[in-house]
Design a protein around this ligand. Structure first.
Ligand code: FES
Length: 341
């Protein structure tokens, strides 16, 4: 029978942790505002120190921990599984956003699989509970293991749709060369059962009256589509402006335009800028280069007073954030992204 352990955080309340759950997920399920971004061991935001108790780790050398961190006894809450009652110096987020649904685990059934490009598919999963999340958040999509492999594998994928009472979750999944999990997820067919754990993520649509900019690169399209859709259903949508920048590699990666076109009628003004880094000259007469270059070309004059949402590969996210903070001097509270590695 599964046990439940008690986790104490000095200076904060204690919370229960089900056997096998990670420290981070148990905290978030209990409404404890633990600091985190990726929930996957990559960003290092959830570093903490065990004060008392025994733990197991999911990854021996996660990217989010440096050798120095390990020497100082630091661990990652998202990769740590308590083996009994625990006292932990967990880092809390003082600006914990309100309105987050607490993450929960449930199963769902694949009801549709739609190819979007040569290597990107949209997967629709229906659960028997309402799909409760904020635009831009993500969930852990899990599959039962195959013979000879781990019992359970999962990856973080952002939802591209909006919360709904029917329990519909849509994801855009890219087939990664040699990606064991993405290969299995993109190969799912109707009727397959998957496990969901979520929602997670802090880079969601904010409740402000600023117009917004979405900057998406590659597989970062899904959360930006969700954020744009979220803006389009706001009561004041007809007074709101959206600038949507999308960067892909080649013409065969193009699919963003259909999503932006779908919502453009609901907003006062929409600008869609698509830039390709390796397009064949015969096929593409639009701008070439990277999405941060397209954003730089647009310049801060019109965009500096916006909320800016960013999702995509880490080098692209880093380049955009560096420019916004160091060159455009945009206040950090207007910049929203979750770091993945
Ligand atoms: Fe734990 Fe990113 S490393 S949240």
């Amino acid at each position: 029978r599964d046990e439940t352990y008690a986790v104490s955080v000095p200076g904060a309340s204690s919370f229960p942790c089900s056997q096998g759950d990670t420290l981070l997920r148990a905290a978030l399920r209990a409404g404890v505002p633990a600091a985190y971004e990726c929930n996957s061991g990559g960003c290092g935001t959830c570093k903490f120190v065990v004060e008392d108790g025994e733990v197991a780790v999911l990854q021996e050398e996660p990217a989010g921990l440096t050798a120095r961190d390990r020497r100082k006894g630091k661990q990652l809450a998202c990769q740590t599984v308590p083996l009994g009652d625990l006292t932990a110096q967990l880092l809390l987020n003082p600006q914990w956003p309100s309105g987050h649904a607490r993450p929960r685990r449930f199963s769902g059934e694949v009801t549709a699989v739609r190819p979007l490009t040569h290597d990107l598919v949209e997967i629709t999963i229906v659960t028997d509970r309402p799909a409760d999340f904020l635009p831009g958040q993500f969930a852990m999509v899990g599959l039962d293991g195959v013979a000879g492999g781990p019992a359970h594998t999962e990856r973080a994928y952002s939802m591209s749709n909006l919360a709904n009472p029917e329990g519909i979750w849509q994801f855009q999944v890219k087939r990664v060369p040699d990606g064991a999990v993405s290969g299995r997820v993109t190969g799912l067919t109707r009727g397959a059962v998957v496990h969901l754990d979520g929602p997670y993520g802090n880079a969601h649509l904010q409740d402000t009256d600023r117009d917004i900019v979405c900057v998406a690169g590659g597989s970062g399209l899904a959360p930006m589509v969700s954020v744009a859709r979220g803006l389009a259903v706001r009561p004041d949508a007809s007074r709101r402006r959206l600038d949507f920048f999308y960067g892909g590699r080649a013409c065969r990666d193009r699919c963003a335009q259909e999503f932006v076109a779908e919502i453009s009628g609901a907003l006062s003004q929409v600008r869609f800028v698509e830039v390709l880094s390796a397009a064949d000259e015969d096929d593409w007469d639009g701008p070439r280069g990277y999405v941060h270059e397209a954003l730089a070309a647009a310049g801060p004059a019109e965009l500096a007073d916006r909320d800016i949402y960013i999702a995509g590969p880490p080098p692209m996210t880093d380049a955009v954030v560096r420019m916004l903070v160091l060159e455009w001097r945009i206040p950090v509270e207007q910049i929203h992204y979750d770091r993945f590695f």
